[in-house]
Structure formats: C-alpha cells, structure tokens
Design a binder for this molecule. Structure first.
Ligand code: ZN
Length: 95
C-alpha cells in the first residue's frame, strides 16, 4: 500500500476555485508535502479527478469500491506528476 493519507472529515477545506467544501483531501509525503483537494464541482471530465468525482456522485451502496481504490491511486499519481514526481513513495510503477 502506498504511503499516503486520504482524509475525509466533517470539516473539509474549501475549494479555492468555487468555495465548496472539498470531497476529499490527501497529503502526499513528497518534498515538503503535496496537499491535494478533490472538488465535486470543479474536478470533472475524463481525468483521474473527474473519474473519482463520478464515483463519489453515485449512491454510497452503488460505488464500485475496487475501482474507487484504483482511481484514488490514479488521482494521487496525477497530483504527484503535476509537481514533477514520477511516482508516489512505496508504489511500484505499472500495475
Ligand atoms: Zn471547486
């Protein structure tokens, strides 16, 4: 399992773009730490974040939890890549 934290509480930070409470936040232990925020409003489309949002939009019982885990990892990879990191710690490349 990768060394990262995904945090979901009742007191989520707000999205800097739309001001809504974030759906998920994560902190990657890379460099000084990379804070990521998933917004149901802004993170849409065919991106790792958008696919995660699509799953979160489903009723709780209908979410494909196996995919959810994969999408979380994809999302974290995208966040790491956006900061110039090729992979997140303890996560082998490929699948
Ligand atoms: Zn937003």
């Amino acid at each position: 399992m990768a060394d990262f934290q995904v945090i979901r509480t009742n007191d989520m930070p707000t999205c800097p773009q739309c001001g809504q409470a974030a759906a998920l936040t994560a902190r990657l232990p890379l460099g000084d730490g990379i804070d990521m925020l998933l917004c149901l409003q802004c993170d849409t489309g065919n991106t790792p974040a958008g696919r995660l949002v699509a799953i979160l939009g489903l009723p709780e019982g209908e979410r494909p939890m196996d995919l959810f885990g994969d999408f979380i990892v994809d999302w974290l990879h995208a966040g790491a890549a956006a900061h110039g990191w090729r992979q997140i710690p303890n996560q082998s490349s490929g699948s």
